[in-house]
Design a protein around this ligand. Structure first.
Ligand code: GLN
Length: 207
């Protein structure tokens, strides 16, 4: 099983290393042909306008949409979240995939507090937690992060920042986090994504 990491710009190396640490083969995706044979895709943090423009100019948007149509799991972190969103407040023309029915505000924490770390309880991670991690809060690194302001039906909220907004969500095989699990040593989110990929490969249980 191989998992792709969109490697146009941003923190793709850290995601590739995280996959290696789990014994998973990661593939740096720069061109549509690199998507062949991959079982899932991670879109890293970085600058969503740059990632969008480069993806459009390398003809990657239709190729990634085909992957999504085939039900392959896709996970966007930070700028990747913005790239996967249906609506980006104030940036209607920014190239994006529009895979999750979410409304996103870029750089939602303003220019004063660009970056911070906090610990959030994210119950879904207990599905893949090691015994010593079970129930432990997850270290969330926010760097000029977006917030999810609204979600459509069918979107599951996985984590919120109290009084501010949603910071992790899932719609079927599509996962988004406003923070950067790849910049921490905690591998629960990567394991959770791998579990979605494995579920997808296994297919539905026979009735
Ligand atoms: N502010 C960036 C954007 O909107 C995201 C920042 C990040 O990925 N760390 O594209």
């Amino acid at each position: 099983m191989r998992i792709g990491v969109l490697a146009l710009q941003g923190a793709f190396r850290e995601h590739l290393q995280a996959l290696v640490s789990l014994g998973i083969e990661g593939v740096a995706v720069r061109l549509p042909q690199h998507l062949r044979g991959i079982a899932g895709l991670i879109v890293p943090g970085g600058e969503s306008t740059t990632i969008g423009k480069l993806a459009a100019s390398y003809d990657l948007l239709p190729a990634i949409r085909d992957l999504a149509k085939a039900g392959k799991p896709i996970w966007g972190t930070c700028a990747g979240l913005v790239f996967l969103a249906r609506e980006i407040v104030g940036y209607e023309c920014q190239p994006r995939l529009g895979l999750l029915d979410i409304k996103v505000r870029r750089n939602a924490f303003g220019s004063q507090v660009n970056s911070f770390e906090t610990w959030l309880s994210i119950p879904v991670l207990n599905k893949v937690a090691l015994p010593e991690e079970h129930g432990q809060p997850f270290p969330c690194v926010f760097i000029r992060a977006p917030l999810i302001e609204a979600v459509g039906e069918g979107v599951e909220v996985l984590a919120r920042l109290d009084g501010l907004g949603i910071v992790a969500a899932q719609q079927g095989p599509f996962l988004v986090t406003a923070f950067h699990p790849e910049l921490t040593r905690d591998r629960r989110f990567h394991r959770y994504f791998v579990s979605l990929v494995l579920d997808n490969l296994r297919g539905p249980l026979p009735r």
